[in-house]
Design a protein around this ligand. Structure first.
Ligand code: KIV
Length: 270
């Protein structure tokens, strides 16, 4: 077993975990308090996902979140983390134009947030940007399959790469991303067999979400797995708690106590 439990996680640790057959655990976080709990519980990687656009801001898609907003969320997360590798999503519009813009955006994220790596969506079309960012010393995580920043191109959030053509394009893209210098990649909502094939073909670790058990690691959105978000129930999501219920019950109880005059009592007063 790789001794990844007691010291800070680096991109090298993740590679060694793959080589040792040890699964990588990744969750999202967007703020100090939850990131501190997630890190303290032993997570390997914290993703400051652009899913903050949905979960934190209530937007329908990930498209509206800005670079400044992502940097703010990442700063908050970094303040709460001692051990995990913190990966920050590059938001829509900050890397697709040209590789110079992509590098400038990645540098801003690293300089202003203190995160340890960036993540971006796409395959061969972002390869030049990946190379340029990696050459500047910034680790890059790729993201293939269902890439939510392209939702208006896909039209739906259904499983990707079920057809032969899209599956072989995904395999090609995965190879290109690895050759361009990515240290890892997310595979989102693709058939389990394809994720297995990709994970076995790549040296770098794959992290799956809705991509079956054969990836080198798994990621979920924290608010989904905690049961805070209620209106999102894809098949791949396992709910580990019902925090939404706990919060609702606690708030109702507080309202009741305030209305009845039970709170605060003498012990809670000066
Ligand atoms: O933004 C995000 O939370 C993500 C995960 C779903 C992988 O990209």
């Amino acid at each position: 077993m790789v001794s990844s439990r007691a010291r800070k996680i680096t991109t090298q640790t993740l590679l060694k975990m793959k080589q040792a057959g040890e699964n990588i655990a990744m969750l999202t976080s967007y703020d100090y308090s939850l990131a501190r709990m997630v890190d303290g519980a032993g997570i390997d990687v914290i993703l400051v996902g652009d899913s903050a656009s949905n979960v934190m801001a209530g937007n329908e898609t990930t498209l509206p979140i800005t670079l400044d907003q992502m940097i703010y969320h990442a700063q908050c997360v970094v303040n709460g983390v001692e051990r995990a590798l913190v990966v920050v999503d590059m938001p829509f519009g900050t890397y697709q134009g040209d590789s110079k813009t992509a590098l400038d955006s990645a540098i801003r994220i690293m300089k202003e947030s203190g995160g340890h790596a960036v993540k971006l969506e796409g395959g061969s079309e972002v390869a030049e940007s990946v190379e340029r960012i990696v050459n500047a010393g910034i680790p890059v995580m790729g993201h293939l399959g269902l890439t939510p920043q392209s939702i208006y191109k896909f039209g739906t959030y259904t499983v990707r790469a079920k057809e032969e053509g899209e599956a072989s394009k995904l395999m090609e893209d995965a190879k290109v991303l690895e050759e361009s210098g990515c240290f890892s990649m997310v595979l989102e909502k693709i058939p389990s067999d394809l994720a297995k094939h990709a994970s076995e073909s790549l040296v770098i670790p794959t992290i799956g979400i809705g991509a079956g058990p054969h990836c080198d690691g798994q990621v979920l959105v924290l608010h989904d797995m905690l049961g805070i978000t209620k209106d999102f129930s894809p098949r791949f999501l396992r709910r580990y708690a019902d925090v939404g219920q706990v919060v609702g019950d606690a708030v109702s109880h507080f309202v009741e106590d305030v209305r009845s005059g039970d709170f605060p009592n003498d012990d809670e007063s000066y």
